[in-house]
Design a protein around this ligand. Structure first.
Ligand SMILES: *Cc1c(COP(=O)(O)O)cnc(C)c1O
Length: 415
């Protein structure tokens, strides 16, 4: 099925390297090490990437194509063109939490309203080069939206698998794009295992987060590049990132490291913090217990987009957080709802439950002193509140319902 790697144009990518044992192999549709079954990562030879070359690029993630496993002409093929979402200065949220300088990277502004458009755009570009015919995924919801939309735009078939108890908003916002869409009676970890089994049989299906995961994961680096560029080519002191599989967090760190090595930002210390829901907080539990291994849990939380009980990149999240002096915090569902409302009320940004997890974790990290209140902090709002309306529907109500008369308005005591 797949093209021979020699004919694939994957830009600056030069090969695949095992995260565990360092064994290398040629670029191709591979995701597990032949020697030790460890996860593979992309190795690169970055040419002359400069601030100016990036700044003159398109106003989407393809401005960083010289740092991604995609062809030089990637912008010419139909894709969803995510990225360059706004970085919001959050003074009122900062004040509410006793912080001095806070920014919200608002990734709800992507084409399907979550950060998943970034990873899918890169996976689609690489999957095309590798000769795959179908774009597929197991998903907790947002990835399903992004894969179905990107495949529709690219004119190829999609095949998406989700747990059947997903938020109705995410079911509708996936089904609308057409494509094959299967709900599965099981949790995400069941769906993920099924997807791996299907991938073993359907060798021209690119399961973006399974058999092309090394390429997919690189898309998260663009969050890190953008934050640095939008701060005026500078790294923040602290960053708080939601954790599901842990890929986003580890790749933001990878992006910061690359920018330092390329001399595009000043080399100074930064701390990376992870945010989870208590009802699915295996990485937070391992961090707090001082463990290196992450013990799988059965998810039970309203933060469904983060409900991965057996996170593939969990141990690497622990490495990044410990290396940089950060922490992993977890918050209850009640705190998640409070976090969503706090962000909305203070900054006019309506995040989904994952955003609520991040804001509530920021609050807890500030309160328990893990985070320095005087240091510049960035948090990620990774998805749109319109996709998880049920979480806030009981508490987000009108102030009053009145008859259409001035008397009724006066009587309501709202003047
Ligand atoms: C998938 C997702 C995440 C986290 O992704 P990982 O890279 O798997 O840790 C965070 N927020 C939202 C809204 C997501 O959909």
């Amino acid at each position: 099925m797949a093209l021979t790697p020699a004919t694939a144009d994957l830009g600056p990518a030069t090969g695949l390297v095992c995260r565990e044992c360092g064994h290398t192999r040629d670029l191709g549709p591979h995701y597990a090490c032949e020697e030790c079954f460890g996860p593979l990562e992309i190795a690169y030879d970055f040419g002359g990437v400069t601030r100016a070359s990036i700044e003159s690029g398109p106003r989407n993630i393809w401005r960083y194509r010289g740092l991604l496993p995609v062809p030089e002409n990637v912008a010419e093929s139909p894709n969803t063109e995510p990225g360059l979402t706004r970085l919001v200065r959050a003074d009122q949220l900062a004040e509410a939490l006793g912080l001095q300088r806070l920014w919200v990277k608002d990734d709800s502004g992507n084409p399907t309203h979550s950060f998943k458009d970034r990873v899918v755009a890169v996976a689609l570009a690489a999957a095309r080069e590798l000769g795959f015919k179908v774009l597929a995924c197991p998903s907790t919801g947002n990835l399903a939206n992004a894969v179905a939309a990107a495949a529709a735009r690219a004119g190829i078939r999609s095949a998406v698998f989700v747990p059947s108890d997903l938020e109705s908003q995410k079911i509708i916002t996936t089904a609308v794009y057409g494509g094959t869409f299967v709900t599965v009676d099981g949790n995400y970890d069941d769906v993920n295992r099924l997807a791996s089994e299907i991938a073993g049989e359907q060798d021209d299906w690119a399961f973006v987060n399974v058999n092309v995961r090394p390429y997919y994961a690189e898309g998260s680096k663009t969050l890190g590049y953008e934050i640095a560029e939008q701060l005026g080519w500078r790294l923040p002191d602290q960053i708080v990132v939601p954790v599901a599989s842990g890929s986003q967090l580890t790749k933001i760190d990878k992006a910061f490291q690359e920018l330092i090595k390329l001399g595009l930002v000043e080399d100074r210390p930064y701390k990376v913090f992870g945010a989870q829901a208590t009802g699915c907080g295996p990485v937070a539990a391992a961090f707090k217990a001082g463990h290196d291994v992450v013990r799988p849990v059965k998810p039970d939380t309203i933060a469904k987009s983060l409900a991965i009980g057996n996170p593939a990149d969990g141990p690497y999240v622990l490495d990044v957080v410990r290396r940089t002096g950060g922490a992993v915090e977890d918050v209850t569902d009640e705190q998640v709802v409070d976090g969503i409302r706090l962000l909305a009320r203070t900054e006019g940004v309506f995040g989904e439950t994952a955003g609520g997890v991040t804001v509530a974790s920021l609050r807890k990290l500030a309160e328990n002193g893990a985070l320095d209140p005087s240091a510049e902090t960035v948090i990620i709002n990774s998805g749109d509140g319109l996709k998880t309306l049920d979480a806030v529907a009981p508490v987000a109500r009108p102030s009053a319902n009145i008859a259409p008369t001035l008397d009724a308005f006066r009587a309501a005591g709202l003047a």
